[in-house]
Design a protein around this ligand. Structure first.
Ligand code: BJW
Ligand code: ZN
Length: 247
């Protein structure tokens, strides 16, 4: 893989890198992305029809079972070379902040130390009525589980359509954009707001924006560098090209 020598210089000189990631980064671990066809039993559902508070109110059993199915899938997967390359960049650059839309926890598993989860975490649970957090090991056997305090329905700790992003995560992401030298945009269709606005904001703050995706997205026109390919292939090759003396 050939890279622009200017891009390699920019990476070598960077002191703080932001990596904004989406479902494409976890695709090579075996987690289906949202807007590719889902497989098996769930092929007839779209994320937009299940990941909403209205869907949970209308049909909590189906929504909970969808998340239970995804948790089973995610339990079995491991970080891939894309996650690992992002984590490895910390040792080369000094500071890498991951701003992820993913709820699977794979960036933390890969060893990234600074991870902002914009859309929550699928392993967290909280009561829809009293907001108490309940560890997975203490969930009741009901579908969906019920709150040990108020008997309300337990939901996954993720951000559904129509819900605000966690304030602290959003504020931290905005702060990172003010200080990072480089902003990677990796494996996201850039369709879901407000997260999809971050690359444009990063560019307007004067950051170098680098897009990695096998497909064209609306962020191609914002990015100064577009690297067409899979995250798990492009990122390790990019690291090797920028820091040939390492690994
Ligand atoms: C690879 C690859 C490989 C493949 N390597 N790449 C206009 C403006 C503002 C808001 C809106 C608006 N219009 C509508 C809205 C509202 C809505 C929205 O954006 N809807 C759009 C569908 C139009 N947004 C919201 O509702 C948000 N909240 C909000 O706006 O609140 C307002 C508010 C304020 C104050 C009070 C109250 C309310 C919330 C959005 C929450 C999104 N949640 C989900 C589900 C999370 C839980 C779960 O997992 O179930 O988050 S939806 C789903 O989409 C998930 C993802 O994080 C998110 C983004 O998807 P992503 O990561 O981009 O995945 P894909 O599948 O779309 O793309 C994969 C990409 O990877 C593709 O490009 C592939 O090519 C690529 N790829 N293999 C690299 N190997
Ligand atoms: Zn409760």
């Amino acid at each position: 893989m050939d890279f622009d020598p200017e891009l390699l210089d920019i990476l070598r000189n960077a002191r703080h890198i932001a990596a904004f990631t989406g479902a494409g980064v976890s695709a090579e671990s075996g987690i289906p992305t949202f807007r590719d066809a889902q497989t098996g039993l769930w092929a007839k559902y779209r994320a937009e029809d299940l990941a909403t508070p209205e869907a949970f109110r209308r049909d909590p059993v189906t929504v909970w079972n969808w998340y239970a199915w995804r948790r089973d899938l995610m339990r079995a997967v491991r970080p891939n070379p894309g996650h690992l390359a992002i984590a490895a960049m910390e040792r080369l650059v000094g500071r890498v902040t991951v701003i992820t839309q993913n709820v699977d926890g794979l960036h933390v598993q890969a060893g990234s130390s600074e991870v902002i989860e914009l859309h929550g975490n699928i392993w967290h649970n909280r009561c829809t009525d009293c907001a108490t957090s309940v560890p997975e090991s203490e969930l009741s056997a009901d579908t969906p589980p019920v709150c040990p305090h108020c008997k309300g329905k337990i939901r996954p700790g993720v951000v559904w359509f129509g819900e605000a992003l966690p304030t602290q995560a959003w504020t931290r992401a905005a702060e990172v954009l003010e200080t990072a030298d480089v902003f990677f945009c990796i494996g996201t269709s850039s369709l879901v707001e407000p997260a999809a606005s971050l690359p444009r904001y990063a560019r307007s703050c004067g950051r170098t924006v680098i897009q990695i995706n096998p497909e064209l997205t609306s962020h191609d026109e914002i990015a100064q560098y577009v690297l067409r390919g899979k995250a798990g292939e492009v990122l390790p090759a990019l690291l090797k090209a920028a820091w040939p003396q390492v690994g």
